[in-house]
Design a protein around this ligand. Structure first.
Ligand code: ADP
Length: 269
């Protein structure tokens, strides 16, 4: 991107996602980033958080990121009473801190979290913008600069189905996918430092591996994996070996698929 604002985490826009996010931010509408893993969702939110901060004069709007996992409970997000010496003190969780102070709270891979987490999101994501702290009896009104952003992989959307339709519909949905080859090559060049010709060959391989995997399970080769292959090449690893370890063997546990991928790489490189 030629007019990329300086001093921001570098992000290559694919469509109009930057403009849509800016509009959602201005209206304080919660945003849902959906797409396969490694396709730029986290980089996008890092870029946008810095971008709205820069637009607002350079202060405030920090980014609070929570990587969700299967053991993550509502209490982990909201907070809990902790024993300190001989008394218990309430400690805000990351979501509560973001709501109180006014930050973008990014719940990465929300579907991984336990189901009880959706309950606390309802009133935050709808017009009320409040977080009920059951344990303290507080009804916390979100600070003006609070924004809820969640990401998920559409392959596994059970938890989002648990969101009330009224809440779910308030999210502005931005769909991410593998970038078109020319843009993906540009990302690979920027992130690894390999030259454009090598990056073109890598994106070509990625296209073919994705086609190969289209019938199988999983997301296919991610832009992240492609960047990793390029970074290995930059460190002196031969292209064929770099692609084997970063792309073919990372495709999943299907030995037949990995073998087919290796053969494809051998032919192309
Ligand atoms: P996700 O959050 O979707 O799993 P990431 O945002 O972590 O994926 O992206 C993985 C890596 O891929 C990033 O660290 C970056 O190197 C690269 N990347 C993917 N898409 C883009 C993009 N549009 N602009 C810049 N870098 C990107």
């Amino acid at each position: 991107m030629d007019d990329h604002p300086p001093n921001l985490p570098w992000y290559q826009p694919i469509g109009d996602e930057v403009q849509v996010f800016e509009a959602a931010w201005a209206a304080r509408l919660p945003v849902l980033l959906k797409g396969p893993t490694g396709c730029g969702k986290t980089r996008f939110i890092e870029h946008m958080a810095a971008r709205v901060r820069a637009a607002g004069g350079g202060t405030g709007v920090p980014l609070v990121t929570v990587s969700c996992h299967e053991d993550l409970t509502a209490n982990d997000l909201v907070g809990r009473h902790l024993l300190l010496h001989d008394r218990t003190v309430w400690t805000d969780g990351p979501l509560t801190r973001a709501v109180r102070s006014g930050a973008i709270c990014y719940l990465d891979e929300i579907v991984e979290a336990r189901r009880d987490t959706t309950v606390v999101l309802h009133s935050l994501a709808d017009h009320r913008r409040v977080l009920p702290l059951e344990k303290t009896g507080e009804l916390l009104q979100a600070a003006p600069d609070f924004l809820l952003v969640v990401s998920y992989n559409p392959g596994y959307q059970t938890l989002l189905k648990d969101l009330k339709p009224s809440t779910r519909q308030r999210f502005v949905s931005l769909a991410f996918d593998h970038p078109p080859p020319a843009l993906e090559a540009r990302i690979v060049v920027h992130e690894s430092g390999i030259d454009a010709t090598q990056a073109d060959r890598l994106t070509d391989i990625a296209q073919r591996l994705r086609a190969l995997q289209a019938q199988g399970v999983g997301d296919g080769v991610s832009t992240r994996a492609l960047v990793h292959a390029a970074q290995l090449m930059r460190q002196g690893i031969a292209p064929r070996r770099a692609c084997t370890v970063a792309l073919a063997d990372a495709l999943g546990d299907d030995p037949a698929l990995a073998q087919a991928a290796r053969e494809l790489i051998d032919v192309l490189l």
